[in-house]
Design a protein around this ligand. Structure first.
Ligand code: HEM
Length: 387
């Protein structure tokens, strides 16, 4: 297979610039600014599984968003982390996941039908982010939480505004709106003691586990901000990669059994969350290095995913790898709680596109526009030709 490490990353100049400064010969290293980097796969696994290493890397809470996000279990350790995480993870039962899978398949298929109609009326060119990636992933989060799709449109807008942070004013307004929204949802549920989705189940569990309303509301918001745009952005990046080398797309049209492995391989090659942050609480052995106590450590998941000690021909796209232990959903106690839902969404969207639009191609006259952020990179638009 052709080596294609240059295929997507250079378009994301921010990431390319960041990686070009790193000496890849050292799996664990200290930067001139005192930040520690881990870029080897076994070393990252060792660090992320080490229970003495902390995820509390945030500064003291000042504004409303700092207060809400300081309660996210993503940034907590040990018992506090476990108590809040369990409130969510216990809800991802196989039965609920199957239910969600059926819903995601149905909504994806509906969106693709609408897209086929739209292209027959308005022409062949469409933005796949607007017509598929955002609506399907927003809908999945709404169904998960038991929120109506109309309200979900607002949730999606607030989540995007919070991650893009275009202005402080807009950012603070979105933080207030998303918090007020879930406060209303919770009061409505308590007044009528009725409702579907995760919120009522989480509210019950919160009561039993001594979780207060602030923590419960923050957890709902975490699910939206961690779960919505990440999947939408990655779907765009994944489809771009397949259409950029169109023979890959054709390969999947011809052999649908490869869809699952192809999603995993693209998650590895185009790692959506490049970095996760940790802080050591004591001297910590990682590989043959001892990282001192009380320092910040950046685990570069994107580089771990290309570690030649673990992945043969690491820069190549090879959906037929016999094993693919990529770290795109992290590792250890903070392993992505929504990974199974993300896989369901990504596979459903890809399958539907391959089935409904097998002749799809990139609209190459339109320059690609990436959001300027390094973390959570995504395309503002992905213009394609439907036939
Ligand atoms: C392509 C899609 C996704 C990717 C690449 C992704 C990636 C990640 C990563 C790397 C982490 C670990 C952070 C760390 O180690 O500090 C994480 C955690 C998390 N993710 Fe995802 N995620 C995705 C989709 C989702 C979805 C759909 C949801 C919710 C429904 C979700 C909810 C969460 C939550 C709540 C955490 C915190 C887990 C914890 O700290 O215990 N993610 N995700």
């Amino acid at each position: 297979m052709a080596t294609d490490c240059v295929e997507l990353d250079p378009q994301d100049e921010v990431a390319a610039r960041f990686y070009s400064k790193i000496d890849r010969s050292k799996a664990v290293q200290r930067t001139g600014e005192g930040l520690w980097l881990v870029l080897g796969h076994p070393e990252a696994v060792q660090l992320l599984r080490n229970r003495t290493v902390s995820s509390v890397t945030r500064k003291p809470a000042l504004g409303i968003w700092d207060q809400v996000s300081s309660r996210f279990f993503m940034f907590k350790d040990t018992q506090q982390h476990l108590k809040l995480r369990r409130m969510v993870s216990d809800c991802f039962t196989p039965a609920r996941l199957n239910e969600l899978k059926a819903i995601v398949h149905q909504t994806t298929s509906d969106h693709l039908d609408q897209l086929s109609e739209l292209t027959s009326v308005e022409g062949r060119q469409v933005d796949i982010m607007k017509t598929v990636a955002y609506p399907v992933t927003a809908d999945a989060i709404c169904r998960l939480l038991g929120v109506s799709p109309v309200e979900g449109t607002f949730l999606g807008q607030w989540a995007v505004s919070l991650s893009k942070h275009t202005s402080d004013e807009q950012f603070n307004r979105s933080a207030e709106q998303i918090l007020a929204f879930f406060q209303d949802q919770l009061s409505a549920y308590r007044n009528i003691s009725n409702g579907s989705g995760l919120l009522p189940i989480m509210a019950e569990r919160a009561l039993a586990a001594g979780i207060d309303d602030d923590e419960l509301l923050a957890t709902c918001i975490l699910l939206v901000v961690a779960g919505f745009e990440t999947s939408a952005n990655f779907f765009g990046n994944m489809l771009l990669s397949l259409l950029w080398r169109r023979e890959r797309f054709e390969h999947l049209v011809a052999d649908e059994a490869l869809i699952g492995p192809a999603v995993e391989e693209l998650l590895r090659l185009h790692t959506p969350a490049h970095v996760v942050m940790r802080r050591t609480t004591e001297p910590t052995v990682v590989g043959d290095t001892v990282i001192p106590a009380d320092v910040q450590v950046a685990v570069l998941l994107g580089l771990c995913n290309r570690d030649p000690r673990i992945f043969d021909d690491p820069d190549a796209y090879r959906p037929d790898r016999s094993s693919n232990p990529h770290l795109s959903f992290s590792q250890g106690s903070h392993y992505c709680v929504g990974a199974s839902l993300a896989r369901v969404e990504l596979e459903a969207m890809l399958r539907a596109v391959l089935t409904h639009l097998p002749m799809l191609s990139l609209h190459t006259e339109q320059p690609l526009r990436w959001s300027g952020r390094f973390l959570g990179r995504g395309l503002d638009q992905l213009q394609v030709l439907a036939s």
